[in-house]
Design a protein around this ligand. Structure first.
Ligand code: SAM
Length: 234
């Protein structure tokens, strides 16, 4: 899978691929990362990429020309590239999007800066737009990394143990049960005693009960979804 980051600030992104799972995936040729800087395409003699907003309003907006030309170039190199714009004004990114996008061959993330991107560019080029939550970041770089990371771990071979994908939160409406590591006793705190007895059917039902508790506390709407699904299965 190839990811192209269309950004004015690639150095904000590069470090993330220099260690751990995604670095190993690059080393194994499972991932390829490329950067495209709209500033390199600017026709302005000072390589400007932004201007004041037409119609007024605070702050600067990214001009259409540098982005338009960089994205045309990208499409010329690969007409099947799937272009995603990051914007708070979009549907929220979810785990099922991560799984769906993991089947693509080439995804490009377009990061906005300042007050955002001229809407005409988004309308012309976006295959999809995503928000990563109801808050405003200074730019789309973190948001594109979040999506890239979530997509990458669903690509076959990227995770050492693909079994971990099957039991994670958001695979079902229930959040994952709490996990514990060794030692069994730490600072006068023990792991749940049933986890130690080796009866796997007991452990499964205790994990389910703990999962339901967590979901009820943190995401009650998800528990409702779980219960509705269960009642349809009966
Ligand atoms: N003026 C815009 C608004 O109120 O909707 C916010 C612009 S924000 C300061 C600059 C850029 O950061 C956006 O163009 C987008 O690429 C990125 N960004 C900010 N928050 C985001 C979020 N929650 N999800 C995805 N991208 C975001």
């Amino acid at each position: 899978m190839k990811f192209t980051f269309v950004t004015l600030f690639s150095n904000l992104i590069e470090g993330y691929f220099q260690d751990s799972i995604l670095k190993r995936a690059i080393d194994k040729n499972l991932l390829e990362i490329e950067y495209l800087n709209p500033r390199d395409f600017s026709e302005n003699k000072h390589s400007k990429v932004d201007d004041t907003a037409v119609g007024g309003g605070a702050g600067m907006v990214m001009n259409p020309q540098p982005l338009y030309d960089s994205l045309k170039e990208l499409q010329k190199a690969d007409e099947d590239v799937h272009i995603i714009f990051l914007t708070p004004v979009a549907k929220p990114f979810r785990q099922n999007d991560a799984k769906r996008l993991a089947k693509k061959e080439h995804i490009a993330f377009v990061s906005g800066r300042y007050e955002g991107i001229d809407e005409r560019v988004i309308e012309e080029f976006a295959d999809e737009v995503f928000s990563i939550g109801d808050y405003i970041l200074t730019g789309g770089e973190l948001a594109s990394l979040v999506i890239c990371d979530a997509v990458s771990r669903n690509i076959e071979g990227v995770l050492g143990n693909s079994g971990s994908l099957e039991v994670e939160s958001f695979e079902t409406p229930l959040l994952e049960a709490p996990s514990f590591s060794k030692p069994q006793e730490y600072e006068n705190n023990s792991v749940p005693s049933e986890y130690l007895k080796g009866n796997h059917s007991n452990i499964r039902s205790i994990k389910l009960a703990l999962s339901e508790c967590k979901t009820k506390f943190f995401r009650p709407e998800q528990l409702l979804k779980h219960r509705t699904r269960k009642s349809y299965e009966k």
